[in-house]
Write a protein that binds this ligand. Structure first.
Ligand SMILES: Nc1ncnc2c1ncn2[C@@H]1O[C@H](COP(=O)(O)OP(=O)(O)OP(=O)(O)O)[C@@H](O)[C@H]1O
Length: 335
């Protein structure tokens, strides 16, 4: 089901039934992501939120074609990219880039900045003169003096290093960037600068972002739409306004309850019950063991992502009781 109005042409990237298992010695494999179908709309920032271990990074790595999923396919701009190999895969990878939480993951401490930025461009077939020009203009776009090119990463602060990592990502002129917790390791005072930089670059370069973060306040600020993950599945997706303002899944409601809101005192919902293991196979809803709305149906039938608005599929929730989530039915668990 499409979670936004419009057709395929509106989507830059689509996950279709993506599953990722990691084999384990003895016992069940870990199912890190489980049957994810999700579209990324051109020009948007799609926020991906959820607790540690819910599969956000695995989804990001799948999007970047760093690992072939166990099942399912990824479509980028009308091409099925999950089967690409060799030169075609390298060419595709130039169209998509990733910014990591730790800039050191993309900057080799032994290399000068110019080498770190230019190497992937040269590997992608860009002539040296052009690669140098792209490197310098990317540094300027990222708010840096092109002179930094001749220096090494250790000569810079964390915030500047993240600017360099962002310059490296945009130098390839990608269409799509996965931002994996890009500000989590930075001082609060620097975080806003980096978020503003990312927002400006998105406008200037027509970029589409997939933005992974634990920080819901930051997601609310930057994302156009939000997808909420729980144990490898998308449990809710919709516009940021809809998901934050009118959550339709109990798990989203619990996550949001811990975010300070100037308009109401925070009453965090404390989730009882066991968090199932990603090795466990279950028949019903993965959240049922912790959910205050759970009924027998939730323990036996897996809920699918369904539309819960009148607005042409803008807001989907995988909950048998989505229509009851907005009701104030959680007092027993409010702590
Ligand atoms: N290479 C791997 N081998 C085995 N298990 C893995 C591997 N990578 C991830 N997992 C497991 O898959 C699940 C999802 O992990 P993932 O890192 O994608 O979650 P996450 O939401 O990004 O977590 P975090 O926010 O802590 O980074 C976890 O149970 C994790 O232990």
């Amino acid at each position: 089901m499409n979670e936004t109005p419009g057709g395929r042409h509106d989507y830059l990237l689509s996950f279709e039934g993506i599953r990722q298992d990691f084999t384990a010695r003895g016992g069940n494999a870990v199912r890190a992501i489980d049957d994810i179908t999700l579209n990324v709309v051109r020009g948007e920032t799609l926020g991906i939120v959820g607790e540690s271990g819910c599969g956000k990074s695995t989804l990001a790595r799948a999007a970047m074609l760093l690992r072939k999923p166990t099942d399912g396919r990824i479509i980028f701009d009308d091409t099925v990219v999950t089967d690409l190999r060799g030169a075609a895969l390298r060419k595709q990878r130039m169209r998509m880039q990733m910014v990591f939480q730790d800039p050191n993951d993309s900057l080799d401490p032994r290399y000068r900045i110019d080498r770190s930025i230019m190497e992937p461009l040269l590997a992608g077939g860009r002539p040296r003169g052009e690669a140098r020009r792209d490197m310098e203009s990317a540094l300027v776009s990222a708010g840096l003096d092109p002179e930094v090119a001749s220096r090494h990463p250790h000569e810079f602060s964390g915030g500047q290093r993240q600017r360099i990592a962002i310059a490296r990502a945009i130098a390839a002129h990608p269409e799509f960037i996965v931002l994996d917790e890009p500000t989590s390791a930075l001082d609060v005072s620097i975080q806003a600068q980096i978020l503003n930089l990312l927002a400006r670059l998105q406008r200037e370069e027509n970029l589409t972002y997939m933005f992974i973060s634990h920080n819901l306040a930051v997601v609310r600020h930057l994302a156009t739409r939000v997808a909420v993950m729980y144990l490898g599945r998308i449990v809710e997706v919709g516009t940021t306004e809809e998901v934050f303002g009118n959550p339709q899944h109990p798990y989203t409601k619990a996550l949001l309850s811990a975010v300070p809101d100037p308009n109401r005192p925070a009453t965090p919902i404390v989730l009882d019950g066991d968090l199932p293991s990603p090795r466990q196979r279950y028949t019903g809803c993965a959240f049922a063991s912790r959910c205050w709305l759970a009924t027998d149906a939730c323990r036996t039938a897996k809920p699918t992502l369904d539309d819960h608005t009148d607005s042409q599929g803008a807001h989907l929730s995988a909950c048998h009781h989505a229509d009851r989530v907005s009701e104030d039915l959680v007092p027993a668990l409010a702590g």
